[in-house]
Design a protein. Structure first.
Length: 169
């Protein structure tokens, strides 16, 4: 039998996975990582997931057509959040290696740390159609840089709404 080690799940699916594991209805002993994205994790869900599944959670943020992932919130970050590190709550993670990131204003000028701005990215693996001026890709996500190189999404530059990994315009 094949047993998964690293599923990529939306928030609702990994919540259900940990519930079934807690009920002993599913064997999750083969899990090494549970990758998720599309929405931040809630406090209760994080605590339950770590208690039931262990230190396996990894949040990824980015665009599949544009140098993905852009940020990573790793198992140690999740454990720190559970243990009270408040500044990581709501973060989409630390900027990934091998990717260039700028946080810019509407004129494409870099903003100061702590100031909201659009995240623009470039790097290897970028789909040519996603890149605009100088190879940069606009994400339309407004972010604030928090603890060194950790980003928090605070809004959008367009009218798209993310409803748990579903995009509604």
């Amino acid at each position: 039998p094949h047993r998964g080690t690293t599923p990529v799940l939306g928030p609702g699916r990994w919540e259900r996975t940990q519930q079934r594991a807690a009920e002993r209805a599913s064997d999750t002993s083969s899990l090494r990582r549970v990758l998720y994205g599309g929405a931040p994790i809630g406090r209760d869900s994080l605590t339950r997931c770590i208690d039931v599944l262990g230190d396996v959670l990894v949040q990824l943020y980015g665009r599949f057509d544009a140098a993905w992932p852009v940020t990573i919130l790793d198992p140690a970050d999740h454990r720190a959040m559970r243990d009270g590190k408040e500044e990581f709550w709501g973060s989409c993670g630390k900027i990934a290696p091998f990717i260039e990131v700028m946080i810019v204003d509407t004129e494409l000028n870099p903003v100061a740390i702590g100031t909201p701005g659009e995240i623009v990215i470039r790097g290897e693996g970028m789909t040519p159609a996603a890149a605009v001026a100088d190879g940069w890709c606009h994400t339309n996500d407004l972010v604030v840089e928090g603890p060194p190189t950790y980003l928090r999404i605070v809004g959008r530059t367009d009218d798209m709404i993310n409803t748990g990994a579903h995009h509604v315009y």
